[in-house]
Design a protein around this ligand. Sequence first.
Ligand SMILES: Nc1nc2c(ncn2[C@@H]2O[C@H](COP(=O)(O)OP(=O)(O)OP(=O)(O)O)[C@@H](O)[C@H]2O)c(=O)[nH]1
Ligand SMILES: [Mg+2]
Length: 458
Amino acid sequence: MEDTITAISTPIGVGGIGIVRISGSKSLDIARKLFRTKAGKKIKDYKNRYFYYGKIVDSEGKTVDEVLMVIMLAPNSYTKEDIVEIHCHGGIVPLRQILKLTIQQGARLAQPGEFTKRAFLNGRIDLAQAEGIMDLICAKTETAAKASIQHMEGILSERIKNMRENLIDLLARIEVTIDYPEEDIEEIEAKRCIESLTYINKEIDRLLATADRGKLIRQGIKVVIVGKPNVGKSSLLNALLRENRAIVTDIPGTTRDIIEESLDINGVLVRILDTAGIRKAKDIIEDIGIKRSIQNMKEADLVLWVMDATRIIDKEDLEIAESIKEKKKIVILNKVDNHVIIDLNNVKEYIEGVPVIRTSAILGQGISDVEKRIYDMVMSGKIQADDELMITNIRHQEALMRANEHIRDALDALKDNVALDLVSIDIRGACDALGTITGESVTEDLIDKIFSEFCLGK
Ligand SMILES: Nc1nc2c(ncn2[C@@H]2O[C@H](COP(=O)(O)OP(=O)(O)OP(=O)(O)O)[C@@H](O)[C@H]2O)c(=O)[nH]1
Ligand SMILES: [Mg+2]
């Protein structure tokens, strides 16, 4: 980690300020070369955690931008290395110019997530905490943010470390027992092992029980609006979004491509998709659109099946009903502001146990019921306390599952009176699996892979 790295840490675009961040042993040198006070003076000795007002100059001494620069000396910084942050104006040109100057002075462009990777490699945070930081940055709902903060603050890591230490303790005891192979000691030790392992097994199960909801909160669910042309699918999307996102006309076949937007329903991230009305296509473009509708319908976690309440159910409705027979769904009877003639008896077999909501998308009637139903169906009893620790990351979930498999194998072996030294192989396996969550037992490849998914400048 000899190199000094540099990156633009704020999003690329136009903003009030933008930040170039430099980390590594050359950071202060680079600051000395590029920064001048307003009066044009160089500063030799920078103070820790001190904001300097001045300008960044190029090799000819010309002003590139007026900036504020802050110094954070090792080890009390994000990466535990010397960090310099240059807060300049948030335009693409000054940011790029300053970045270029820092590179000319010996810094290297950082890879995605490299600052956080250094924080991890330098021992300031563990892997689960690093992932928590990234999840917080990417969180699209408050609930997702709350869950990630717990990871960032190390609450998950603490639990994992405790369990891992317990296992290491067991291993040490087993080793001692093996050295003094008296029958009764082994028996006592086996009993103690069973107790501890059963406890850890339950603890892991408790964490795993939160994973479904956790993943849902992190990734959201895919809700797809389907139905015949002209029933009001796009109008429903617009009503849910409270904006005129999709084109609405009275011409059947208006929507031709998928429109995807995000909704936050009580902290649940919902990816909602409006699709082309399904019928026998009138031209090649519509045909492609309908194929996309069907593909997305298949991938949906939940289908909103919209029908026009002012019309009778026909063959096209029945075909759609058939194709979503197996899907989790909500039936929407739209246009109830007009004379309702639809008779649901004709689709009785398809909607048994399925909620039916009457809406008027153009008047906004019934829309909150749709939201409430989506929320209830998604949660289906999975509500839990706001501050409960949740597993939101598939990597963590898989590691916990692996750990529990080893623990169950160890327990089975113990109950079958298998020799303790053989049991210890499984306990070690569980230990390693837990260690991958916090990063105590991970390969370099895995570390690289995890951080490469982070964003640039973090
Ligand atoms: N009266 C009434 N008309 C509605 C309602 N919702 C939609 N409409 C009308 O129905 C027509 C079709 O609406 P869209 O939202 O474009 O229907 P769609 O299902 O997206 O149609 P395609 O994109 O062609 O598949 C438009 O003229 C809307 O104004 C409603 O609740 N009440
Ligand atoms: Mg439409």
